[in-house]
Design a protein around this ligand. Sequence first.
Ligand code: 5GP
Ligand code: MG
Length: 458
Amino acid sequence: MCGIFGVFGHKEAAKLTYFGLYALQHRGQESAGMAVSDGREVREYRALGLVPDVFNEEILSRLPGHIAVGHVRYSTTGSTTVKNAQPFCVTHGGCTLALAHNGNLVNAYEIRRELESQGSIFQTTMDSEVIVHLLAKASRKGIVEAIREAMGIIRGAYSVILLLPDKLIAFRDPYGFRPLCLGMVNGGYVVASETCALDLIQAQYLRDIEPGEILVIDENGLSSYKGMESARRAHCIFEFIYFARPDSYIFGENVYAFRKHLGEGLARENPLEVDFVMPFPDSGNYAAIGYAQATGLPFEMGVIRNHYVGRTFIQPSAGMRDFSVRVKLNPVKEILRGKKVAVVDDSLVRGTTSRTRVKAIREAGAHEIYMLISCPPIRHPCFYGIDFPTPGELIAAKHSVEEIRRYLELDGLYYLSLEGLISAAGGEGDKFCLACFTGEYPVPVERGFRKDILEKGE
Ligand code: 5GP
Ligand code: MG
């Protein structure tokens, strides 16, 4: 997963991009970067870390210009090094190009091998780099035609923002796996993964970049081109379930409202008689609210989240088990003691953190613990950019719901059904990619494809 943001036609493009990336920080915490153009020269800055740690006033002042593209990275393909931080910049035939990509290509390895056999030299282990090489190869034909040609070769999920010295171009795979929207601010244009980035800079939302569209933004305004057609859409349902920010609108809908519908679906399918409903915060909050409102049960915050837990902190010496889970969420004994509780969370992936959390609320005095998950069992890996582990690590790939219930030491475990999920999506299941639940992959994945395959090729 990643977050991307672009600006055209604003004199403080770097600062706007900084704010945009700040609002998209939930989409990636590993590295941040931006490339800025003043119309002729492109300057870039990238580093490992969170947006406010990577950039400061001084660095931003060294990035003058009115066009910018930025990226926050959550690695799915390629390892954690600053070399793999985006935007990815190259100069080819005297023209500099910077690219920010969200999504995962399923045939990057094959394309890379082919390009290497023709003499291309790769600088990183990112799947995104193949897009740049394909664009460079076809650049004689003009950038729109080059993108169109590249779109005919790459397969999988891509929402891309491309910066050239005098323009910004956004394009999106024909299935629309990952979100991408367009906004306007002070006569300039912005492109962002999610609308929460537009809100922060007080930009007006105009529309989504269409699946398969190539949108050029330059001195002449907006020019839209057909890049590639597809018979269907495959928006990632997990963006709604977990990944996107609840204040965002993606794929034409508000994420918070969607998650509440998931909770209402859980209430229809599994009304429980308990003392109260509580979420595992923050991801479980919105479905828990939906569940509580639909059942009329009281809503409590039975565990409190520490919001300041970074990626790395000093581990205690031996003897403090499950520290990294407990440091993030702490149960409120006063609320839990002697109670029968329904805990709502957005998803179960490996089951390991949930097991520890359930144990913690049991130790805090909860008497009976029922868990409700606002999506169906995740049985299949994602090849389009969500960082799910291999099938071997996905708890629902190998175990029945009853086995998972026992492993989590719960009194009851209830998942939202696939029908319930589709109903929350307004009945339009065919608009979404549901592969992690159904195993039906909208874009075929090459046999033997592994998300770390590019690493192996290093
Ligand atoms: P588990 O019990 O499977 O170890 O962890 C479940 C928790 O992981 C849930 O609270 C869910 O919000 C969270 N989760 C789901 N998907 C992701 C993801 O892609 N990345 C991270 N960091 N957490 C996730
Ligand atoms: Mg969570």
